[in-house]
Design a protein around this ligand. Sequence first.
Ligand code: FES
Length: 140
Amino acid sequence: MDNFEPAIIAFVCNWCTYTAADLAGTSRLSYPKNVRLIRVMCTGMVDPQYVIKAFLEGADGVLISGCHPGDCHYINGNYKARRRVKLLKEILPRFGIDSRRLRLTWIGASDGIEFAHVMGDLVARTRELGPMLPDLKMVI
Ligand code: FES
């Protein structure tokens, strides 16, 4: 398990976290290559099915990240995301998925350093949880 490299899917809002990722890149900040970003216009459009599908198709961890509360460009999309993540964390164990594999963060557009830090932390914590698929196969 020492060389386990988790696969992480990150749904990131176009206006904040994606912009922070861009800033991290242009600032030449390094962050783990394990994270695959999926740009969405707002975290409020991340359907819970997207998260479950990501896990079922092999993600070891999923991140949803967007604008800070009060900064959503669609007024309340991030509040919807927060409610959905709360529900998903209750539902995921029924699929045999540890709810710690799902994380929600707010990273503003100017937070390139924060973005790089969160990605590193996310990968480290998911690495500690180990690969997910062996557990999942027992449920399926
Ligand atoms: S526009 Fe960023 S979370 Fe809604």
